[in-house]
Design a protein around this ligand. Structure first.
Ligand code: FAD
Length: 621
């Protein structure tokens, strides 16, 4: 038999992770692995170095690793290596010689939010490190795969016309973007017809901020992480500078090249800052009530009636558990008394509210999940000036609270949300959540609430936002904002239900990531395979994010549900795979490594070798 040849399409973190596991397990030095990506291997498209250096990660460097450790339950060899923080510290001198990184390196600590440029260097090094020995042959091809054909041996066509042969293909394409939706096409057409600028949803590294004019009002739809990137690209990246005044507050001096950003969203407030005190101590022992096994039977569940009440009780339990443990002076009675009664009561009942009222005298110490989700709910304003004042105060409060262990129940709620997220993932895998509910409750609400509460920007970014607002570079539009094309004036228009002011502008930015699609993917390979019925997509409803369908062994399913024995897909864009696309955290037995390792084991197995043999024989007949 000729040596095995594997092609990995996509050399971002996931493709690199699979490669590392294949090489760790390889026993035949003639194994040949082709890695194909138009962007540099290791970093790939999202983490490529060629993007503005002022953009940061939103994980701290200590929490990011690409290496297995002694907590990782893999059958393949554990190959330890440095976390991002350890690698930067070990190479600080050399990295610091680069003018792009010099300032960052001077202030770098393991708790820093590294720039994406620095993370790009780490990922490139990880790739080089993985391929440094001669456990197998690895060939990197800089190019985009546009088609894959072949019943037996796979023929992989690149955009430069070359064709690579392989026995097995692994698609690790990461973030499939989409062709513009109907709404986005209409906004593009409106912009083109009226001499305006519309920027649709996109990945930050692919954006061209130069299309946004300076010194005029623009509308920005969204206040999440994509907004934070836009804020950086349109202010500090254009030459403005931040400094601390004598009271320690951050101030902004504009360069004059910034636009005036009017920003709003449904919630009307930015994502909460990351918690900056040590949250490990506040981690409650979870799950307690909210486990997949707590739901009897195997029928469909109602998110609002069955799932969320138990999840809410779980989150509230975590909150009070921490309050009683860390701040007993702000409680009456003992935790044991509180907990035994809390256990027995139904979430949302008047008796539970009474119990909380008795044991937790301070109103600010009681959890209010609706308020956590919609902090401006029910508020009205006289106009934009009042909204901006309110938002400035809100951000100041958030910064104070997220750095103050007085509110350490916030960290417990963060942990509880992670736990809730895992259980919901398990209920999804067990098919207990109906499609419509996945679209509206999970994708349409829970993801957003989770990101808003638990996956926000570094605190310094919110300080910068506050400084930009005080300098008049950013103004807030309030909650429940609609952004429309106003045919009467030939401009874009923003209005909120919470105040009477409207804003018109010639530029509208949709500050969010594209809704993933396979059938209408921006990627020619996926569109072609889909058109031929060789892949299919799973989406809860017509408007929700799509994922590629695979079987339990990650083998791609065609439109008829038939497995392709030689084509695999892995990563967050794959149905049934873990939701989290975030980097693995060290010493957490991260699913990233376990999944990559079991795929590598499968690809190198005798069973797959037999499939390859069989397919070749079938072809030869
Ligand atoms: C803007 C942004 C910021 C993020 N910040 C963080 C963060 O701070 N911390 C964190 O933990 N996570 C973060 N994430 C999560 C991020 O998704 C993961 O960290 C990681 O990028 C996922 O890796 P991946 O390899 O699966 O996908 P990707 O990184 O998207 O890599 C997929 C690769 O496939 C290639 N590819 C696609 N199609 C083809 C084709 N047809 N032919 C050849 N190659 C192809 C692409 O060029 C790309 O390089 C962020 C994500 C985004 C979008």
């Amino acid at each position: 038999m000729s040596p095995l040849t594997i092609a990995i399409v996509g050399a971002g973190p996931r493709g690199t992770g699979v490669l590392e596991r294949l090489l760790a397990r390889a026993t035949d030095p003639d194994l040949h692995i082709h890695v194909i990506d138009p962007f540099p291997p290791g970093a790939g498209r999202i983490w490529r170095e060629s993007q503005p250096s002022l953009l940061w990660m939103n994980s701290v460097a200590d929490d990011v690793t690409m290496f297995t450790d002694d907590t990782t339950a893999v059958e393949g060899p554990v190959r330890p290596g440095p976390t991002l923080a350890e690698w930067v510290q070990a190479n600080a001198e050399e990295l610091g010689r680069d003018p792009e990184l010099r300032d960052e390196l001077r202030e770098f600590t393991p708790g820093s939010f590294a720039s994406r440029t620095l993370q790009s260097r780490y990922l490139s090094w990880v790739f080089d490190q993985a391929t440094a020995d001669d456990s197998a042959r690895v060939t990197y091809h800089q190019g985009t795969v546009v088609d894959i054909t072949g019943q037996g041996p796979q023929e992989i066509s690149l955009d430069d016309g070359s064709v690579i042969g392989a026995d097995i293909v692994v698609l690790a394409q990461g973030h499939p973007d989409s062709l513009p939706s109907e709404r986005e096409r209409a906004l593009h057409d409106f912009a083109a017809g009226n001499g305006l600028t519309y920027v649709g949803p996109g990945y930050t590294a692919d954006l061209d901020p130069d299309v946004v004019p300076a010194d005029e009002p623009i509308l920005v739809a969204g206040l999440g992480l994509a907004f934070i990137d836009w804020m950086v690209l349109l202010a500090e990246s254009r030459g403005g500078t931040f400094a601390r005044n004598t009271e320690g507050a951050l101030t902004y001096s504009p360069s004059g090249r910034e636009p005036l950003m009017y920003a709003g969203s449904r919630r009307g407030v930015p994502y909460h800052a990351k918690i900056s005190y040590d949250i490990a101590a506040a981690r409650p022992p979870l799950p307690k009530y909210f486990t997949a096994d707590a739901f009897a039977g195997d029928g469909p569940l109602s998110f609002r009636d069955d799932i969320w009440p138990v999840a809410s009780k779980e989150i509230a339990w975590a909150h009070y558990h921490r309050l009683f443990a860390a701040h007993p002076d702000r409680t009456s009675g003992t935790w044991a008394d509180f907990e035994s009664q809390f256990d027995a009561l139904e979430w949302g009942s008047a008796t539970l509210d009474q119990l909380v009222g008795t044991f937790v005298p301070g109103e600010e110490d009681r959890i209010d999940l609706d308020r956590l989700d919609r902090p401006l709910s029910g508020e009205t304003f006289t106009g934009l000036d009042e909204v901006t004042q309110r938002l400035n105060a809100y951000i100041e409060d958030d910064l104070h609270r997220r750095s103050n262990p007085y509110f350490s129940y916030d960290a417990a709620v963060f942990s509880a949300l992670l736990s809730v997220y895992m259980t919901v993932g398990e209920l999804l895998r067990r098919g207990r959540i109906p499609a419509q509910s996945i679209a509206t409750d999970i994708e349409g609400w829970l993801h957003s609430f989770f990101s808003f509460y638990a996956s926000g920007p570094p605190p310094l970014r919110l300080e910068q936002l506050l400084a930009l607002s005080r300098a008049g570079v950013v103004r807030f539009l309030g909650p429940e904002v609609s952004f429309t094309a106003d045919a009467a004036t030939g401009t874009f228009r923003a209005s909120s239900t919470a105040h009477p002011d409207t804003v018109h502008a010639d530029t509208l930015i949709d500050a969010r990531l594209p809704v993933a699609s396979i059938s209408a993917s921006g990627d020619a390979l996926l569109r072609t395979l889909f058109a031929r019925g060789e892949i299919t997509e799973v989406r809860a409803t017509a408007d929700s994010a799509a994922k590629i369908a695979v079987d339990g062994r990650s083998r791609i399913l065609d439109a008829e549900g038939v497995v392709h024995p030689l084509r695999y897909a892995i990563g967050p864009w794959v149905a049934g795979h873990t939701w989290s696309s975030a980097f693995p955290r060290p010493r957490t037995n991260a699913g990233f490594f376990r999944h990559n390792d079991s795929l590598a084991s499968e690809l190198l197995s005798a069973e797959v070798a037999a499939e390859i043999e069989q397919s070749s024989v079938a072809m030869a007949r």
